[in-house]
Structure formats: structure tokens, C-alpha cells
Design a protein around this ligand. Structure first.
Ligand code: AP5
Ligand code: MG
Length: 213
């Protein structure tokens, strides 16, 4: 299964990605996670990406595209993959198309999760993430059993630097301008699966699985 998860900030891409990759046994490729790992390690790429991420802006295409091309060439992507948060511009989508053509493979579906702006802001601001395993919780919609402690490994929870109201609003605006046109791009290719992201987590997942069958 070769999939893209498309959708605005906070809509639930990462949450659904965790369940999808488990079900289909494919690697989860999140460009946001790759950048955050680089920031943590203090790499040059991380330092460059941080400048844009802290402002809620997109990291330049040339930086993102080469990372994804490199990742797709790895052995574990041979039988499928899930791209989460890539592509985010028409240029990135075209670069991906060309790379997939070179590899002789095609996308199966682009899962487009949608929700209203107010919901997105509330979800992003209330998100807390485990420092150890990266599992995302929500203080209201998906709280851990013990406040600030991960259910899975007892790790401490933290809030992403870009999950404040101001940066989230910028990220949503950037999404509307630069990423939303991709919906039409993939609609024309006939591979879009629209999913209502306002439903509870399990229900959204069931809708995705049904749409992929
Ligand atoms: P990235 O990390 O991809 O962030 P994003 O797209 O803004 O999306 P989020 O991760 O914030 O949200 P999500 O949809 O994964 O939601 P989640 O499942 O966690 O990118 C960050 C930055 O990196 C970008 O701003 C950019 O600078 C850079 N970048 C990354 N990729 C790039 C690219 N291709 N090109 C250029 N720059 C790039 O859920 C959110 C919260 O809601 C959680 O608390 C969760 O528990 C809760 N929740 C989830 N689903 C539900 C539900 N159904 N009901 C109730 N609560 C729910
Ligand atoms: Mg995410």
C-alpha cells in the first residue's frame, strides 16, 4: 500500500498514521518528525528547518524533496509506505511523481482528512507528546491515564514549540495557500479519499480502512 496523508495542522494525520502503518505493516514517513529528530540532534538540516518551523512556515522544497527521495530508496519502502505531511506544495507533488515514475511505482490513495479551523486550533494547542515514544495525546480529547505521563512507556509528555495559538494560525493559513491546491491535483488523478476528521479517532480510522479496501 502506497499512501499519502493530506490534511491541515492538527487534523489527526499523525494519530491516524500510527494505526494505518500498524495495520498495513508499512513505514511511516513524516517529514515533520524527520525535521524534529534533526533539531534534537543539532544537525545542520535541523538548524535550517527550525528557522521556518518556529514561524509556522514551510521548509524550502529543495530541502524536503531530497530527504524524501532518499527515504523512499530504502529497502523497507519496497512494498509500500505512508507519507505524512509530504507533499505540501505542487512543486513537491511533481517531484514525488517524477521519483515514483523513476522507481516504476504508483500511489494507491491520497487520504485527505478535513476539519474546521476552530477544531484544528483546539486540537493542536491541547496536544501533548511522549518524549520517549512520540505518542500524541490530547488534554481533553485523548488524555493519558495519568496527567503528563505516557500510558505506553511512562515517558514525560511535552508540548511542541509550534503548538501555540499564533503559530498554529499561521500554519493553517500556510496550509490553505500552499497545500490545499493539492486536493484538486490528486482529485484529477482520481486517487483522493475524503475523510471527515471531526469524528472520534476510531471512527476516522474505520472510514479510512473502508476507503482503502
Ligand atoms: P508537521 O509535523 O507535519 O505538522 P502539521 O502538518 O502542522 O500537522 P500536525 O503534526 O500538527 O498535526 P497532525 O495532523 O499530525 O495531528 P495529530 O494526529 O498529532 O509539520 C511541522 C512543520 O514542519 C511544518 O509547519 C513545516 O515547517 C515543516 N514541514 C513538515 N513537512 C514539510 C514539507 N513537506 N514541506 C515543508 N515543510 C514541512 O493530532 C493533533 C491532536 O489532536 C492530538 O492531540 C490528537 O490526540 C488529537 N486528535 C487527533 N485526532 C483526533 C480526533 N479524531 N478527535 C479528537 N482529537 C483528535
Ligand atoms: Mg503530525
Amino acid at each position: 500500500m502506497r499512501l499519502i496523508l493530506l490534511g491541515p495542522p492538527g487534523v489527526g494525520k499523525g494519530t491516524q498514521a500510527s494505526a494505518i502503518v500498524k495495520k498495513y505493516n508499512i513505514p511511516h514517513i513524516s517529514t515533520g518528525d524527520i525535521f524534529r529528530a534533526n533539531i534534537k540532534e543539532g544537525t545542520e538540516l535541523g538548524m535550517k528547518a527550525k528557522e521556518y518551523m518556529d514561524k509556522g512556515l514551510l521548509v524550502p522544497d529543495e530541502l524536503v524533496v531530497s530527504i524524501v527521495k532518499d527515504r523512499l530508496s530504502k529497502d523497507d519502502c519496497k512494498d509500500g509506505f505512508l507519507l505524512d505531511g509530504f507533499p505540501r506544495t505542487i512543486e513537491q507533488a511533481e517531484a514525488l511523481d517524477e521519483e515514483l515514475k523513476n522507481m516504476g511505482i504508483k500511489l494507491d490513495k491520497v487520504v485527505n482528512i478535513y476539519a474546521d479551523k476552530e477544531i484544528l486550533i483546539e486540537r493542536a494547542i491541547g496536544r501533548r507528546i511522549c518524549k520517549k515514544c512520540g505518542t500524541a495525546y490530547h488534554i481533553k480529547f485523548n488524555p493519558p491515564k495519568v496527567e503528563n505521563v505516557c500510558d505506553i512507556d511512562g515517558g514525560e509528555l511535552f508540548q511542541r514549540d509550534d503548538d501555540n495559538r499564533e503559530t498554529v494560525s499561521t500554519r493553517i493559513e500556510v496550509y490553505e495557500k500552499q497545500t490545499e491546491p493539492l486536493i484538486e491535483y490528486y482529485k484529477e488523478k482520481g486517487i483522493i479519499l475524503d475523510v471527515d476528521g471531526t469524528k472520534p479517532i476510531e471512527e476516522v480510522f474505520e472510514t479510512i480502512v473502508k476507503g482503502l479496501e
